[in-house]
Design a binder for this molecule. Structure first.
Ligand code: SF4
Length: 300
């Protein structure tokens, strides 16, 4: 960034925007919309279950059942808007290459120059939250919004690759191995398998190879004012992007002791349906801290 511009910002900072007055504070409530509760008269058939609800069923059947059958959802948390912004910028960049039919520089730099972002009439819908890829199976409508899909080949050799954009700020080197070891990143592999399964259910030529485009914050950056360009003087300080490949056909894709592959997804869908059909409250997941916390404090 040019020095004169930096001085201008330091000595004449832009005005702080007006305070926003919060007039209403939202209380937690039981969900009352019957259509979103399994087993009610108004519930949709097949009943929709999103990728994140499948993940919830995997980690705790009790929470999943309370949420989807009884309307008792966990309190929400604020969104990670800086991460969302990075996703939005990546989407914009990849969309420009989708339109041009060219590989994005990240693809070329990672030996994937033979691929291009997939240009498909459903692409926008598949990426939209609350729409996404939708596949009916086992009495449910499974849904999930992908970040991107890349494509290689044409005709008989055409293959699609699920792509997920991620952003973090870590000093650790992000590798495929780390995904298999880190309990939080392990969830990303499950997510990848679910998206691959969904698109395959619709008959698309989806590879078991998938990619994470990883933007990593630069913890060594000295100042938010020291990065960016003249046009966008306060750019987000990022390290060079990483593209990490996972192939769920590999036998070493084991997360928390479980082999994650397309059969694992199929079994999870069946298990989710069985859980919804259960009449009594299922057991709580082993590792969640919340119920243990509530139980401890309820003794007083
Ligand atoms: S253990 Fe955690 S995830 Fe399970 S029901 Fe309790 S709060 Fe929900």
């Amino acid at each position: 960034m040019c020095t004169s511009l930096l001085n201008e910002i330091v000595h004449n900072p832009p005005p702080i925007s007006n305070f926003m007055v919060t007039t209403e504070r939202k209380k937690w409530n039981l969900r009352s919309r019957e259509s979103s509760m399994y087993g009610t008269e108004k519930a949709k058939d097949p009943f929709p279950i999103s990728r994140s609800k499948l993940e919830q069923c995997h980690s705790c059947r009790r929470c999943f059942w309370l949420d989807r059958v009884k309307g008792i959802g966990k309190p929400g948390i604020p969104g990670f808007l800086l991460n969302t912004l990075v996703d939005t910028l990546l989407k914009r960049e990849f969309d420009a290459h989708r339109e041009a039919g060219t590989p994005h520089p990240y693809m070329v730099q990672n030996g994937l120059g033979h691929m291009v972002p997939l240009d498909h009439p459903m692409m926008d819908e598949w990426r939209e939250n609350f729409k996404g890829v939708r596949a009916p199976k086992h009495g449910l409508m499974l849904t999930g919004a992908v970040d991107d899909i890349w494509k290689s080949g044409e005709g008989d050799t055409e293959e699609w690759y699920v792509v997920d954009y991620k952003s973090t700020a870590s000093n650790a080197e992000i590798t495929a191995e780390l995904f298999l070891e880190d309990i939080y990143k392990g969830g990303y592999v499950r997510q990848m398998a679910i998206y691959q399964w969904l698109l395959r259910e619709l008959g698309h030529p989806v590879s078991t190879r998938g990619f994470f485009v990883y933007e990593n914050g630069n913890n060594d950056a000295e100042s938010l004012l020291g990065e960016g360009t003249d046009e966008s003087v306060r750019g987000i300080p990022l390290k060079p992007a990483l593209v990490i490949e996972i192939d769920i056909a590999n036998d070493d894709v084991i997360i928390e002791g479980e082999r994650i592959d397309l059969d694992w997804v199929e079994n999870l869908v069946i298990s989710a349906k069985n859980c919804l059909d259960t009449d009594s409250v299922p057991d709580a997941g082993e590792f969640c801290e919340h119920c243990a916390y509530v139980e401890a404090r309820s003794k007083f």
